[in-house]
Design a protein around this ligand. Structure first.
Ligand code: G2I
Length: 355
């Protein structure tokens, strides 16, 4: 239900003149005004986020979908999913031209059956890339492989994916381009080619650039992504969204200017989505940091959704860090309560239209 509402909204929002009506419409359908107060506090993460037109999602692994406690928590708490590994290139096109969709299809079917949004992750990335792609030697061949991969996946799930991470982690921490097979064979233009191909393949999906360590506006890598987005907007290259992965830890804590970073991306004319959130810990300090992150998103109308990178701690890719909202017995951690109350405290919304 929420998925349909947001997808329809995205589609209609590109027609001028409908925006005011949509603002009223989406708030009405999701059952809340622009500011949710304590009186109408919702009791799950997804429902509380929906009050301001946002989603609250989790990264999901297909092989856990046969575990009742996992599925019960997913279905109760979240209104968006991101396949953690199942849509990556090594999983979907391990052999050139031979596509495998079954594991990701399982996640998409489950999510859509529950009325959840689906985020696509990810089309062009240097990691989890099959060796046949890394072995391509000419620009023309890498171009053909990349556009073919984007077209195949986006066509397969056309109309079912709310937002796609089209290009993932293209920059180094210095702000220079990462030296991938796409960069070295095609050159700087590969990102533009990927986004133009993606827009044509599924015109209703929001197209995102996704990266880690772009949470602090002063970092060189963040500035490089600002420049990319500004350049795309100036030249009319399609881009709708920036994904802040937001993998925080002791050496890379939530920056004090996190909200300003989100605002600066939004000011460039894109939505911001927090896409892989995790913060190690188990007590009050973890809860405080999660609250800070949610408050920052809620303060910016164009911060349209948050995804935590897993459900219980023991299924995290860093289980020892216990970075998630549920412990290994699916008990709610203090961070869960902090997130829920921050979502219920409201903020500007609902989700604005793509510009
Ligand atoms: O690397 C952490 C994340 C950074 N941002 C992009 C994300 O897509 C990425 O996710 C992680 C997954 O959580 C891991 O589950 O990406 C890793 C690979 O870079 C994933 O790990 C891989 C293992 O390395 C493989 O051995 C395993 O076969 O997961 C695969 C599937 O379970």
């Amino acid at each position: 239900m929420i998925g349909n509402v947001v997808t329809d909204t995205a589609r209609q929002a590109r027609r001028p003149g409908l925006r005011t009506a949509l603002v009223v419409g989406i708030a009405g359908v999701l059952g809340a005004g622009l500011m949710a107060g304590p009186a109408d506090a919702a009791s799950t993460l997804g429902a509380s986020a929906a009050q301001t037109g946002r989603y609250f999602g989790a990264a999901v692994a297909a092989h856990h979908l046969d575990e009742p406690a996992y599925v019960a928590t997913l279905d109760r708490e979240f209104n968006s999913v991101t396949p953690e590994n199942e849509m990556k290139w090594d999983a979907t096109e391990p052999v050139r031209g031979s596509f495998r969709y079954a594991a990701a299809d399982q996640i998409v079917a489950h999510a859509r059956g529950q009325g959840m949004l689906v985020r696509g992750h990810t089309l062009v990335w240097h990691s989890q890339l099959p060796s046949w792609v890394r072995g391509l030697s000419t620009a023309a061949d890498v171009r053909t492989a990349m556009t073919g991969h984007i077209n195949a996946l986006m066509s397969h799930w056309r109309g079912q994916i709310h937002s796609w991470n089209v290009v993932n982690e293209a920059f180094q921490d210095t702000g220079a381009r990462r030296n991938t097979v796409f960069q070295s064979r095609i050159g700087d233009d590969y990102i533009e080619l990927a986004f133009r191909t993606a827009r044509a393949a599924d015109p209703d999906a929001r197209l995102c650039y996704n990266d880690y360590y772009i949470d602090d506006a002063n970092h060189a890598k963040t500035r490089a992504v600002f420049d990319l987005v500004r350049d795309f907007k100036t030249r009319g290259v399609p881009i709708d969204c920036v994904g802040l992965q937001s993998h925080f830890n002791a050496t890379s804590p939530v920056p004090d200017n996190y909200r300003q970073t989100i605002e600066r991306f939004a000011a460039l004319g894109v939505d911001v989505q927090i896409t892989e959130l995790e913060i190690p810990g188990s007590g009050a300090a973890q809860a405080d940091d999660y609250r800070k992150v949610v408050n920052a998103c809620m303060a910016v109308a164009r911060c349209t959704g948050i995804t935590v990178f897993g459900i219980p701690d023991h299924y995290s890719w860093r289980p020892y860090a216990t970075p998630l909202l549920f412990d290994s017995e699916y008990n709610k951690k203090p961070a869960y309560e902090a997130v829920l109350s921050a979502l219920n405290a409201g903020g500007p919304g609902p989700v604005p239209a793509r510009s």
